[in-house]
Design a protein around this ligand. Structure first.
Ligand SMILES: O=C(O)c1ccccc1NCC(=O)[C@H](O)[C@H](O)COP(=O)(O)O
Length: 258
């Protein structure tokens, strides 16, 4: 069965063929010593002492919602999110499905001193090198998109080049694979990437199986202060929010930064 995630990954494979020809790994090894150290995405979110942290997603459009922000000004949006107390940014770099761009990440990384997550569909190590080169401090690894060997290899590569990984899961089987591979930051995505249905119960169901010492992030579908309070009550360290931050309620929430 061709699922929506499969459709995204097939398209991504074509992009990766082009990217590989640009040789991001070789470029990385040439400039490695001149790159600034990555800002700690994991360390920013861990030891949250019961105060849930915000990873604010700069998001123009999505497959489930279409265009959400007309006249999209990523730096203005990021400034607003920094002002309300975001601890880190998530920036979509996928052009085809999310109207994101590497340039948005580069601009935000250069302008703010908060860690930046590259939110994309990683299926090849060239994308991890590219993330480092454009100023990302962390990358998203979606367990549903990677076999066990690649998940482990990519986690090692991410760590080897000084980044962190947010390892995304949707169910217990994926969580087991993520933990076996050595994930230190787990994101539970409440959105089913195939039919786009959202259930906050996904986070609540999986949270007890995420061990102490592993940073736990609840992702997607959080719209109200009560949703955030529920995730804090369930002992999540952080929430990752895109669409919900476009509304006033979550912009007025008292976000605590480390
Ligand atoms: O957002 C979508 O429609 C989507 C569809 C298919 C795959 C991924 C998708 N979103 C990526 C994300 O992980 C979200 O942008 C992120 O978790 C924030 O979600 P939200 O707060 O609901 O905007």
């Amino acid at each position: 069965m061709t699922t929506y995630l499969t459709k995204i990954l097939e398209h991504k494979a074509g992009e990766v063929d082009v990217l590989k020809q640009q040789g991001p790994a070789a470029r990385y090894h040439t400039v490695e010593k001149d790159l600034p150290p990555a800002r700690g995405f994991k360390t920013t979110l861990q030891n949250s002492q019961g105060e849930i942290r915000l990873i604010a997603e700069v998001k123009k459009a999505s497959p489930s919602r279409g265009v959400m922000v007309e006249n999209f000004q990523p730096l203005d949006i990021a400034r607003r999110y920094a002002e309300i107390g975001a601890s880190a940014f998530s920036v979509l770099t996928d052009r085809n499905f999310f109207q994101g761009a590497n340039e948005y990440l580069q601009q935000i990384s250069a302008a703010f001193d908060l860690p930046v997550l590259r939110k994309d569909f990683i299926i090849d190590e060239s994308q991890i090198y590219e993330a480092r080169l454009i100023g990302a401090d962390a990358v998203l690894l979606i367990v549903a998109a990677l076999d066990t060997v690649r998940l482990r290899d990519y986690l090692q590569l991410v760590e080897g080049i000084g980044l962190d990984a947010l390892v995304e899961v949707h169910d217990h089987a994926e969580l087991d694979r993520a933990l076996d591979a050595g994930a230190a930051v787990i994101g539970v995505n409440n959105r089913n990437l195939n039919d786009f249905t959202v259930s906050l119960d996904t986070s609540l169901r999986l949270r007890p199986s995420i061990p102490r010492g592993v940073v736990a992030v609840a992702e997607s579908g959080l719209k109200r202060a009560s949703d955030v309070a529920m995730m804090q009550e369930a002992s999540f360290d952080a929430v990752l929010i895109g669409e919900g931050l476009l509304g006033r309620e979550l912009q007025r929430f008292t976000w605590k930064r480390t």
